[in-house]
Every structure is written in structure tokens, then in C-alpha cells.
Design a protein around this ligand. Structure first.
Ligand code: DAH
Length: 358
């Protein structure tokens, strides 16, 4: 029995199998245990020798069990560690990299073109006073042009944006505020702070209270440009827009101007670009509005400068301005069929702009 037990212990290849062997021989009703229990049935003179013999067997089995158990435990641990092992010399898993949003890419292209032509880049607020968004741009409150740009007005309240500047102070006089409907507000802001001659571009978000569809969003972007000096002409404007078109679409790009109306320019125009599109989709792309700065705008700026204790320097000046939407450029360039995809934060769309930064 001892030989058999020791053999079975050696053969047990798992802890469970070993436990079964243990139960079979030295468990409560195991073979060895039973032998010990039956000692009482022997004649007294045989008991001692027989008892010693069985105890020796039990001892041998217990020892073998303990040794085998520690070997199997060791093996199980080694296996577990092997399965959990990591190679610390392997390179790490790369985190998904971000990328530049398609609108940022188009902006960067545009700004680079204008910086090559010596333009300064300006930034301004999206929450704007009515005066900078409309009034100073020759759009008085009764002007129908205000209806063309449905406006998000900010709610005025004594504790809100126009509330007292500090506790206990009288409320500030209520200046109607809005989310700017275009970046043309930057013309006014820039001219208050700078004297001519000047060349400025400004990028940013604009807001319109409109129903959305594939080509309309209530938030979108514009790039505004302004050039002011003593002898700026319409041909400067046309040359500048043509230079931008070539910068975007290569030497074959053509521009087209059509008379249009914006209160802050006279004459005003809309411009479109055409180029030999390698995908064979050549068509006129309506890009934006432009024109010669209206004398009323210069006058309004001088009034604001005067209020701020600055010199009047704009009356008698000449200048041109333009405004365009990068979404139209990006939709065509990246084949994005719906403007709402730009801002829905859907990783299936934006994930395509991951990695390379341009
Ligand atoms: N602000 C106009 C708009 O949002 C675009 C525009 C037209 C800007 C003519 C200009 C301009 O600077 O001269 O529709």
C-alpha cells in the first residue's frame, strides 16, 4: 500500500489530483486511517508492532504528500507568474494622437497667406456690444441689414454681464450685448487701437440665430481682413483676393467679383474662386464679401477714438475689407458634405484628422 500510495503521489500532476490521493489514503475514511482504526480488533500482543508499522507508513505518505504539494504549488505559481509576465523592454503602446481640426487647418493656410503679405493677426471677443457689431459698421438699429443676420441677444440683468462692477456699485448703463454675427466687429476694434497704415486679419467664431441644415450652423467661422492707408483702391482689394486664391488653389486660380451690398462698404462685392481642381470638380466657389470701407465707418471709429481720448486719424483715409467662411473651403477640400459634422464631435469624422498636423 505504501508503494502504491507513493507512486500515486509522484504521478499526481495537479494539486486537485494530489488532494484526491490524500483523501484516499489518509483522509477520515482513507485506507491508512481505516487500518489504524482496526488495530483494536487485533490481539493485544500484535497491536504494538502493527501500530508502529502503520504509523511508519502514514508518516512516509504524509512526508511524500507535503513534498509533492510544495513542488506542485511552486509549479502553479511559476505558471501564474509566467502568464502575467510583462516585457518591460517592449516599447509602450502609443496613445491615440490628436490632430488639428479641419477648420484650424484651413485657418492656418489662410493666415499664412496673409502673413506673407505682411498682415497682422488680431483677435477679439465673441460676446460683443451692439455698437461694435452693428452701429459703428453703419448698421443703425432701423437698418434692414439687421434682419439679414438674426442675432443672439444676451439677456440683461442686474446681476448678469451688465450688472454692477462690484457689490453695492450702481449698475452699469445697460449696453445691449450679443454674440457677434460676424467678425467685422474687429475692423472697429482694431482701428480704435491702431493708426493707419494697417493690414489686419482676424479669425473667429460667429453666431446666427438660424435653423440649421447641411450648409447652415448657428455657430460658424469667419476670417476678416482690413487694409487702411492713404491710397488704397479697389484694384488692391482684387489683387489681394486673387493672391489668396492662388495661395489656396495654385497658380490657375481665378477670382470673380459681383456687385453686392454690405452697409459697411461702398462699393461692395461678393467674390468667388475657380481653379483647375484635380478631381475634376471645378466650379465657382462663393467665398465671401468685400468692398471699400464706407466713410461712415471711418467716422464712427474716429468718434470712438475721440471718446477714448485718442486722435482722429481715419477720416479721409481709404481702405478695403473682406470677410469669408473657412467652412466652405474645408467642406470642399476635405469632402465633408454637411457643415454640422465639423461641430458634432463625432470621432468617426474628426478621427480622420488625427496624427499629421497640417
Ligand atoms: N460681415 C459680412 C457677413 O458676415 C461679410 C463681409 C462682407 C465682411 C463685406 C466684410 C465685407 O469685411 O467688406 O456677411
Amino acid at each position: 500500500m505504501q508503494q502504491e500510495a507513493l507512486q500515486e503521489i509522484r504521478d499526481a500532476s495537479t494539486l486537485d489530483a494530489l488532494q484526491a490521493v490524500k483523501t484516499r489514503y489518509v483522509g477520515k475514511s482513507g485506507l491508512v486511517t481505516r487500518e489504524l482504526g482496526s488495530l483494536g480488533k487485533l490481539p493485544p500482543e500484535e497491536r504494538k508492532a502493527r501500530g508502529a508499522e502503520i504509523n511508519a507508513i502514514r508518516q512516509a505518505i504524509d512526508t511524500a504528500l507535503t513534498e509533492r504539494e510544495s513542488v506542485l504549488k511552486r509549479e502553479a505559481l511559476d505558471q501564474k507568474l509566467a502568464s502575467e509576465a510583462i516585457d518591460v523592454t517592449l516599447p509602450g503602446l502609443p496613445l491615440p494622437a490628436g490632430g488639428l481640426h479641419p477648420i484650424s487647418r484651413v485657418y492656418d493656410d489662410l493666415i499664412a497667406i496673409y502673413q506673407r503679405m505682411g498682415y497682422e493677426v488680431a483677435e477679439g471677443p465673441e460676446v460683443e456690444d451692439e455698437h461694435y457689431n452693428f452701429e459703428a459698421l453703419n448698421i443703425p438699429w432701423y437698418h434692414p441689414a439687421r434682419d439679414l443676420q438674426d442675432t443672439f441677444w444676451l439677456e440683461e440683468s442686474s446681476t448678469g454681464l451688465n450688472g454692477p462692477s462690484e457689490p453695492g456699485a450702481a449698475p452699469a448703463p445697460s449696453v445691449p450685448r450679443l454674440l457677434r454675427t460676424h467678425t467685422s466687429n474687429m475692423q472697429i476694434r482694431y482701428m480704435i487701437d491702431h493708426e493707419p497704415p494697417l493690414k489686419m486679419v482676424s479669425r473667429g467664431k460667429v453666431y446666427r440665430y438660424e435653423a440649421t441644415d447641411a450648409t447652415h450652423e448657428s455657430m460658424f467661422h469667419q476670417l476678416e481682413g482690413l487694409v487702411v492707408g492713404p491710397n488704397i483702391s479697389m484694384s488692391d482689394l482684387k489683387g489681394t483676393i486673387a493672391e489668396m486664391a492662388r495661395g489656396l488653389y495654385g497658380p490657375s486660380a481665378k477670382v470673380r467679383f459681383q456687385p453686392s451690398y454690405y452697409p459697411f462698404v461702398e462699393p461692395g462685392a461678393d467674390f468667388a474662386v475657380y481653379w483647375d481642381n484635380p478631381r475634376g470638380e471645378s466650379k465657382w466657389l462663393e467665398l465671401g464679401g468685400c468692398g471699400m470701407v464706407h466713410p461712415n465707418v471711418f467716422k464712427a471709429v474716429d468718434d470712438l477714438r475721440e471718446q477714448a481720448g485718442k486722435e482722429r486719424v481715419y477720416e479721409g483715409m481709404t481702405g478695403f475689407a473682406f470677410g469669408l467662411g473657412p467652412e466652405r473651403i474645408a467642406m470642399l477640400k476635405y469632402k465633408i458634405p454637411d457643415i454640422r459634422y465639423f461641430y458634432a464631435n463625432d470621432p468617426r469624422v474628426l478621427g480622420q484628422f488625427r496624427g499629421e498636423l497640417g
